[in-house]
Ligand binder design. Structure first.
Ligand code: ATP
Ligand code: K
Length: 543
């Protein structure tokens, strides 16, 4: 549904001088091109980004009565923004940024706040209705704080969601933070407000915790070409930036915020999808020089999302390749463990074909109810786990595997049975696509299965020991239950964690049924691709 967004913030006109080199104090230099004027200002950029992504966007900004204002208003109209709530003053000029760019691309910027810095609470209050009728309001820090507070108070009184982009970096009054629902700093801005350096996912979550304490409900930290992170008190995730050739990152952050606000459901339920959309949007912005001209439209963004889904198809293909390769390796007359998850499902289908075509005598055990069902529907010869002592080979997927063949499993909520069957197996083969293979497991999430009664005790232990726990929920908001009726808590593997100690400590917690660390389990890893890659434990040992 189309979102009604109000942006209250700055408009700047960027005056760009292209120079060979900077003039020294007292020096006079000729310049190559005469000054060019481009639209800018964080408020205007974010409003344009939201409007180009299809949001019904109203911009509240203060302009001078001058040519620059006329140029900007014409642009706003072109982007189909609502310009009924622009504020004009006779006393100040439209904000400007004087930017010199030298031959190496280095720039220096002087900002004249002008009309932006003259925005008052009264200016904002005169547009109360526009704010009260919106779904959400976005503000940045290029206008005076009292004006933002006035806007957010109106929003709060009318059930309108407030998004604060705390840029440029500065300290903020508690009052403003308490009026904020979603905060969207970049790494430096976040550190300025929390005092905690942003260096990895774990520290991002530490930053988020500080904001949660102030009553903020969602934290989004953007970290340039690394990507972006979001956290609510119940879930968090890091979304890597797309690998693109960046030529000018101006307006990347603004595009991200405007695009996100245009897509995010009012109850924030589609946050991951909205983050991906914003990620795609800003990856387009950085590939074009300039600010407002580089902000993409919804159609352009949807187009790259479509291309990305083609690469998702690639990943599916890799899973299938790994699964089919593994199926070819399986000898006759064995008991075979069947793993869980999408990659394992490809394997189940591939081995079933061989069993039928080659009339193989293979009996199977499943590691989850889902796999059991699939195998039964394919009329495979299934054994009950409780009637056997040993499995010859188990083939299973994994969520992440490191270069020592340690892995995390259980993302599909079947970790207890997967581990039971793995322990009974003489040989464990894991099949993955190439995105699952990493140098280390640090910073990755892993599930811990806990009994429902007493789960909170484990949760507290995990929280107090820096594992950043979060219960897993179903898409419909119900707490997720495993096949054996337990709950799952996701934790983040800390930096420099000793995995053996971690596994031992988790097992020792009363209430923990099992955890997703599979150390020394995988004997052979098969990574899909046009060139299949296999890594065997016996080869690691001799290295
Ligand atoms: N080089 C890049 N390649 C791909 N995506 C990028 C790159 N730089 C930024 N992005 C995308 O843009 C988002 C926002 O970037 P960033 O964290 O730099 O914001 P910012 O510091 O507010 O930027 P700015 O102030 O320059 O607008 C990132 O989370 C990422 O999705
Ligand atoms: K740009």
């Amino acid at each position: 549904m189309t979102k009604k967004i109000v942006v209250v913030g700055s408009t700047n006109v960027d005056k760009v001088l292209n120079v060979d080199k900077y003039a020294l104090p007292g020096e006079t230099l000729a310049i190559n091109t005469y000054q060019q004027s481009h639209g800018g200002g964080k408020g205007a950029n974010q409003a344009i980004a939201a409007a180009r992504s299809g949001a019904e966007t109203t911009f509240i900004t203060k302009l001078g009565n001058d040519e620059d204002a006329k140029m900007m208003i014409a642009g706003f109209k072109q982007d189909k923004m609502n310009v009924d709530h622009l504020i004009t003053t006779q006393d100040h000029e439209t904000g400007k940024a004087y930017i010199t760019v030298d031959k190496t691309g280095q720039n220096s910027i002087y900002v004249y706040g002008g009309a932006n810095m003259a925005m008052t609470p009264e200016d904002v209050e005169a547009h109360r209705d526009a704010i009260a009728n919106a779904d959400r309001i976005i503000a940045q820090l290029e206008i005076p704080i009292p004006a933002i507070i006035a806007a957010f108070k109106i929003a709060k009184a009318n059930g309108v969601q407030t998004i604060l982009n705390p840029a440029p970096a500065r300290q903020l009054p508690e009052e403003l933070l308490q009026l904020t629902d979603i905060i969207t700093p970049n790494e430096t801005e976040s550190q300025t407000l929390t005092g905690i350096e942003v260096k990895d996912e774990v520290s991002m979550l530490d930053n988020a915790m500080i904001f949660f304490e102030k009553g903020i409900k969602m934290v989004i930290i953007t970290v340039g070409d690394k990507g972006s992170f979001y956290a609510t008190p119940t879930e968090h995730d890091f979304i890597p930036a797309f690998k693109v050739k960046a030529v000018d990152t101006t307006a990347a952050g603004d595009t991200f915020i405007g695009a996100l606000a245009s897509q995010l459901a009012i109850d924030n339920s589609n946050i991951k999808e909205a983050m991906l959309y914003a990620n795609h949007a800003s990856s387009l912005t950085v590939q074009v020089a300039g600010a407002q001209n580089s902000i993409p439209t919804e159609a352009e963004i949807r187009n790259v999302i479509k291309q990305d889904s083609i690469s998702k198809e690639e990943i599916e293909k890799e899973k299938q390749q790994a699964a089919e390769f593994a199926a070819q390796q399986i000898p006759n007359h064995i008991t075979l463990g069947l793993g869980s998850g999408t990659t394992s499902a490809y394997f189940v289908k591939a081995i079933q074909k061989r069993i039928v075509n080659e009339k193989l005598d293979i009996q199977c055990v499943a590691t989850s109810l889902g796999t059991q069902k699939l195998a039964e529907s394919l009329h495979m010869n299934m054994l009950d786990v409780n009637t056997i002592d040993e499995v010859d080979i188990t083939v299973d997927g994994a969520d992440s595997v490191d270069d020592k063949l340690n892995g995390i499993k259980g993302g599909g909520a079947a970790l207890l049975f997967e581990k039971l069957v793995a322990k009974m197996s003489k040989k464990n083969i894991w099949i993955v696509d190439s995105t699952k293979y990493h140098k280390t497991l640090e910073g990755r999430q892993m599930p811990v299965e806990v009994i429902p009664f007493g789960g909170m005790g484990v949760f507290r232990y995990l929280r107090d020991n820096g594992y950043h726990p979060a219960f897993r929920f179903e898409d419909n908001g119900d707490i997720l239950e495993t096949d054996s009726g337990n709950y799952l808590i996701n934790i983040t593997i800390p930096k420099h964690a000793d995995l053996k100690d971690l596994a031992k400590n988790l097992k020792n917690q009363t209430g923990v049924v099992e955890h997703g660390l599979f150390l020394n389990v995988c004997d052979e890893l098969i990574i899909g691709g046009d060139q299949i890659k296999t890594i065997k434990r016996e080869d690691l040992a001799t290295k």
